[in-house]
Design a protein. Structure first.
Length: 108
């Protein structure tokens, strides 16, 4: 169990901070700034993340989802259920990247 938080303190902000630690292995940018995280819902019992990948054919998809789950688990008590839901609509596009991510890739 992580000593970082009490159950009452679990918040979406903490989950997003955890997900910023997950680096997309193909692009080298965290999945939040890359625009892969579509939504987060968090309470004392459960964390739900809705996200996508850069492509449905992404060969490292399971690695990204498992890294996401592990990053969240490192920040919340072990009693909290963590669910990662992959969706393909809307389809990811580079327009979803943060300005910082675009700068890192030299796209701005």
């Amino acid at each position: 169990m992580s000593g970082n938080l009490k159950q009452e303190e679990i918040a979406e902000k903490v989950v997003y901070e955890a997900l910023r630690e997950v680096i997309d292995p193909e692009v080298g940018i965290n999945i939040v700034d890359l625009g892969l995280v579509y939504g987060v819902s968090a309470n004392a019992e459960r964390v739900d993340v809705t996200m996508t990948l850069t492509s449905p054919a992404c060969p490292l998809g399971s690695q990204v989802t498992e890294a996401s789950r592990a990053a969240i688990r490192a920040k919340v008590p072990t009693s909290v259920q963590v669910e990662i839901k992959l969706v393909w609509e809307p389809m990811w596009s580079p327009d979803q990247m943060s300005d910082e991510a675009k700068q890192l890739l030299g796209w701005s």
